[in-house]
Design a protein around this ligand. Structure first.
Ligand code: BGC
Length: 725
């Protein structure tokens, strides 16, 4: 069907619809009426049959979606099909690492491959749309939802957005196996005050434009079908009522053609925010701002008729939203075949095996090696007995992380499962030694007994999956006290210790724990194949290559923390009292953005720009030589940062402008080439317009944002095209 035919069919349908049916199209209901997240307790079946529901969330399965779709198609007056949405955040049934971990693979192809599998599995479950990717830039580890984000950087977030949106949607939304994407949560949700969930947000116009908006812009450019406003406000104006950002910016200036889907009861919550007196006002505010679909707030259902009566909205404004929703349903192919995702396609054994293999590969590619004293790792069965202790060693349920859709803990592998396949069972001594988040210290002795009898201790510490994700804010994002007591007791035995940290956020670690660990690993929540992925890393079957997508603070008081801060008039100087530092904590983070070790090591040459002067409109190349100086094959990630040392505004000390990876055999040298366009150096100037300024630009290439790891060069940026200028 071409665009004109489609528009004509939409108009014809619209002409037949009464007000209730129109509002019904804007009403999305959940299968669980009480809370966010998966649940199957109830669906308002009578409303569906009456045409008062346009879409459904948290309802899945080919047979079950078919039955509900049948009601919409056969029992409603106009037979308009529903679409089904679900939070497929890092996998549907095969669960991949949480986004914060997967972002650290710094591999756009991997991000696409996992999104393709997630889309295929979701489509097999009767779903048409995912509420992903989550694109909130996050610099505050107290905020539990940092787990769902691609980390702290706008450039990284934009690259992640592009890969995920393209891969979920795969071009044609009406084709089997493709899933409409929802970029969320628009915008700056990651800035909730003091990391407290749903709290107020204040952000400068410049930070909004340079940091928080770019991942969403990338999602729109990649063709995202939907955008979800954040629960939060910006400077007092809740996002669900933010016409200037939703409508004027995204819809009008960016040309977004998809639908805005509210967050769960986000429209009704405008009353709690204190900007609407009742659901009528809330509905009017959201509709005027551009929110097309009301997810589980019933604000449109209950409020729009009154808003129309009071003259707060017009029928024409309601029609605009209905057209968009119908347009999405056409794009999804639902008017051609409302049951197109309900065929009950079941993947064959080989497909399932490939998906599991990808979960294992992506798991291993997301595990970050942070310390490896005297090359204690890799480690194989020849090294003797292992004591595998700590409450996360055997935590299949937690390995899936927050928002794990239909991931099944009975089909997930914890570290212990992974090790049992590699070590003779009798060489593994296991004792949890503590529970994850209770204060019970009575179990510690059993773990110490195991450790005493072993040659090496694998100490598995961290968070449960419910300690991060939505509503998982922590005022103190450190390890629970009983786990610290366990670590202290085990470390006092002076055995070699490999500490593995699980969790959904950068954790605050005590110095003694970092110092006493011989090896330290950030495993995050690696997904269904966690145990095998970790065993691959520990034994060296996979050489670690993941990096940190978010800075790990040394102390909670350093939060928010990220690499791209601006200089101050008084840069930190240990010898200078009146300089920008703390008197009770260091300024430097525990681990910087981009850090992560390999079992080999790499030497980097100096950046070689292909020109000394970069003119407006040009793109230049910058090459750098890299050698694998160790004794095994490995993958290295290189980051390209820039710095504008003198500008009309103080610019960040480092800005990420590119990342590349290279695989090198032992002893091999390769060249990595980055492209840098003059436009990449633009920023939001004093008058809030995008500016490009003449002058020196420093180029820094290295393995992380830690300044000591960077090799540098400089170029001149010339914005005038006049050769004599
Ligand atoms: C979350 C969204 C999610 C929605 C539906 C909300 O509580 O903020 O990210 O998509 O629930 O489950």
């Amino acid at each position: 069907m071409n665009g004109t035919d489609r528009a004509a069919r939409i108009e014809a349908l619209l002409a037949e619809m009464n007000l209730d049916e129109k509002i019904g199209q804007l009403n999305m209901v959940s299968a669980d009426l009480s809370v966010s997240g998966p649940g199957r307790r109830a669906l308002p079946l009578a409303d569906i049959s009456a045409g008062l529901v346009g879409s459904v969330l948290n309802w899945w399965g080919a047979r079950d979606t078919r039955e509900i779709q049948r009601r919409a198609v056969e029992e409603t007056r106009l037979g308009i099909p529903l679409f089904f949405g679900f939070d497929v955040i890092h996998g549907q049934r095969t669960i991949f690492p949480i986004p914060l971990a997967e972002a650290g693979a710094f591999d756009t192809t991997l991000w696409e491959r996992t999104a393709r599998v997630a889309a295929q599995e979701a489509a097999e479950d009767g779903l048409h749309l995912t509420f992903a990717p989550m694109l909130d830039v996050a610099r505050d580890p107290r905020w539990g939802r940092i787990a769902e984000t691609p980390g702290e950087d706008a450039f990284l977030g934009a690259a992640f957005a592009d890969a995920k949106v393209r891969a979920f949607q795969n071009g044609d939304l009406s084709r089997n196996g493709n899933l409409a994407a929802t970029a969320k949560h628009f915008v700056a949700y990651g800035l909730v005050n003091a990391g407290r969930e749903y709290a107020q947000v204040d952000v400068s116009e410049r930070a909004l434009r340079d940091v928080y908006l770019p991942p969403f812009r990338a999602a729109v450019e990649a063709g995202a079908a939907a955008i979800m406003p954040a629960f939060t406000d910006i400077a007092g104006l809740p996002m669900h009522a933010h016409r200037e950002l939703l409508f004027s910016l995204v819809r009008e200036r960016w040309g977004f053609e998809g639908v805005f889907i509210s967050d769960y009861s986000g429209i009704a919550e405008l009353v709690n925010h204190g900007v609407a007196a009742d659901l009528v006002e809330a509905a009017a505010l959201a509709l005027k701002a551009g929110v097309d679909i009301d997810m589980m707030g019933f604000a449109y259902l209950k409020g729009l008729p009154g808003a129309l009566e009071r003259g707060l909205v017009s029928m024409a404004e309601i029609d605009v939203c209905v057209r968009r929703v119908l347009g999405l349903k056409f794009a999804l192919g639902l008017f051609d075949d409302p049951y197109r995702a309900c065929a009950g396609d079941v993947p064959d054994f080989a497909t399932r095996a490939l998906r599991r293999a990808l979960a294992r590969e992506s798991g291993a590619r997301s595990i970050v090696l942070l310390k490896n004293r005297h090359d204690i790792l890799p480690h194989d069965a020849g090294h003797g007995t292992l004591a595998v202790v700590g409450p996360l060693a055997d935590a299949r349920h937690d390995m899936l992380g927050p928002w794990c859709a239909l991931g099944d803990q009975d089909e997930s592998f914890a570290l212990l499962d992974g090790l049992y396949g590699r070590w003779p069972r009798e060489w593994i001594l296991h004792a949890p030694g503590a529970t994850i988040d209770t204060t019970d210290e009575t179990m510690i002795e059993s773990a110490c007994a195991a450790a005493r009898g072993a040659d090496c201790v694998i100490l598995c510490l961290g968070e449960s999956r419910s300690m991060s994700g939505e509503a998982g804010s922590r005022a103190d994002p450190s390890l629970p006290a009983a786990q610290l007591a366990l670590a202290k007791a085990v470390m006092a035995l002076e055995k070699p210790v490999v500490a593995i940290l699980f969790g959904g956020r950068p954790l605050i670690l005590p110095d003694w724990l970092v110092e006493a660990s011989d090896a330290l690993i950030a495993a995050w929540f690696p997904g269904s194949e966690a145990g095998h992925a970790l065993a691959d890393i520990l034994t060296g079957v996979c050489n670690p290559s993941a990096r940190l997508a978010a800075t790990w603070p040394m102390a909670a008081g350093q939060i928010p923390i990220w690499f791209g801060q601006r200089p101050t008039g008084r840069p930190a100087d240990a010898k200078e009292m009146y300089s920008s530092k703390y008197i009770d904590a260091p300024v430097e983070p525990r681990f910087a953005f981009g850090e992560g070790l390999s079992y080999t090591n790499f030497l980097l040459g100096d950046p070689q720009p292909d020109r000394a002067v970069l003119q407006r409109g040009e793109t230049m190349s910058i090459s750098v030589c890299i050698t694998n100086a160790g004794s095994r094959r490995g993958r290295q990630t290189l980051f390209l940062f820039t710095r504008d040392p003198v500008a009309s505004l103080s610019r960040p000390l480092l800005e990420l402008k590119g990342f590349r990876q290279i695989d090198l055999d032992a002893g091999e040298t390769g060249t990595v080439t980055f492209e840098l366009a003059a436009d990449d150096l633009a920023f939001t100037g004093c008058d809030l317009s995008s500016v490009l300024e003449d002058g020196c630009i420093e180029i820094h290439i290295g393995f992380s944002a830690r300044r000591t790891s960077l090799r540098s060069a400089a170029i001149e940026l010339k914005t005038s095209t006049d050769a004599t200028a």
